[in-house]
Design a protein around this ligand. Structure first.
Ligand code: DAH
Length: 345
């Protein structure tokens, strides 16, 4: 009887072994086949043991051995089918300990680099970011900014109209965001609105049908032109270098009064005169002015109590000056040879 027990115990051990045998790829499947299915499989010797089993248990033993053989066969077939389905051998040999593939990192777009730099500079003096829609209505892009219908300044902006509705335009400047903010917030307001703008211009090295602007707006009690000048002086030095001087030239924008354009000393030639500054020693970087009281009133802000300044600059323009890019089209062609030059800046 003890001998019988040993034979039955062997049987159940084989069962366990077969269950636990890990088949993870074609090689382990083959090892399994040799061990349990092939001509010299280890289950065969169990059949020989039947002579040691007493007659009354022979039937039971025979059935158990057959069941074991079937279980071994079934497991083999299941895995065999699975690996045959996997025509892609990759799946069976994934070695998770191997180092991963190297893939090259892209670089930030120069327009984003400069835009982020402008944002960082103004964040330090308390400006927060305000962004809004690129498809605007006439009121926010023009009328509220002192450009009623038929105002000649509208022509300068080569507007794209959306479908046939002349009330819906692709914004021609980010000044539309100042209107939206003033309509919805009470002073003090100190915002910077970066974004894409559109103009129906013939594409050339100097002009494009879309580009990027950053608009600044500061409204509070007693904001003066001196605050504007100080702010822009700070910005220019942070952006272009400590030795930079600014010059404000009188100009005209419908939404500011007085208005000015700002030049900085040419940082390439130190003001001595070169190709970039067309030998004047100065380069223009932005437009600005004191927000026209009529614009404040259009947006529901009491112009007797509050005053403010605004400025707007083209990100492409600043980028071209700073990195001496001479063709605006390069920014939208996505040629990696061009873009790569700005990694690490
Ligand atoms: N919106 C002007 C443009 O697109 C730029 C500008 C000029 C914005 C003066 C301003 C400003 O806020 O004060 O040409």
């Amino acid at each position: 009887m003890p001998e019988n027990n040993i034979v039955f115990e062997q049987l159940s051990n084989h069962h366990k072994e077969i269950d636990l045998f890990e088949i993870i790829n074609k090689d382990t499947l083959e090892a399994y086949r040799i061990k349990y299915i092939g001509t010299k499989n280890i289950l065969k010797e169990l059949f020989g043991e039947i002579k040691n089993v007493p007659n009354e248990r022979k039937k039971e033993f025979g059935q158990a051995v057959n069941a074991l053989k079937l279980a071994a066969e079934e497991k083999f077939q299941t895995y065999k089918a699975q690996f045959e389905e996997d025509t892609n051998d990759q799946k069976e040999v994934i070695d998770l300990t191997l180092p991963g593939d190297n893939f090259p990192l892209g670089a930030r777009h120069p327009i984003s680099i400069v835009k982020n730099k402008i944002i960082d500079i103004f964040k330090k003096i308390g400006f927060t970011i305000a962004e809004d829609r690129e498809i605007e209505d006439d009121w926010h892009n023009f009328t509220a900014l002192n450009m009623p219908e038929d105002h000649p300044a509208r022509d300068m902006q080569d507007t794209f109209f959306v479908q046939v509705n002349p009330d819906v335009v692709l914004r021609t400047h980010t000044s539309s965001v100042q209107v939206r903010i003033m309509e919805n917030q009470k002073p003090p307001i100190r915002i910077l609105s970066p974004g894409r703008v559109y103009r129906n211009e013939t594409i050339s090295a100097r002009a494009h049908c879309f580009f990027h602007q950053v608009e600044g707006l500061y409204i509070d009690e007693n904001v003066s032109f001196a605050d504007l000048k100080q702010t822009l002086d700070y910005f220019s030095k942070e952006m272009f270098g400590d030795g930079i001087k600014i010059k404000m030239r009188p100009s005209y924008f419908p939404f500011t009064e007085p208005s000015a354009e700002v030049d900085v000393t040419c940082f390439l030639c130190d003001g001595k005169g070169c190709n970039v500054c067309k030998h004047t020693g100065w380069v223009e970087i932005l437009g600005c002015g004191m927000v026209d009281p009529a614009v404040l009133e259009n947006c529901g802000i009491d112009s007797k109590k509050y005053s403010g300044f605004a400025f707007g600059m083209g990100v492409e323009r600043i980028t071209m000056l700073k990195y001496q890019v001479n063709d605006l089209r390069l920014f939208s062609e996505n040629d990696v040879r061009f873009l790569k030059q700005f990694s690490g800046i």
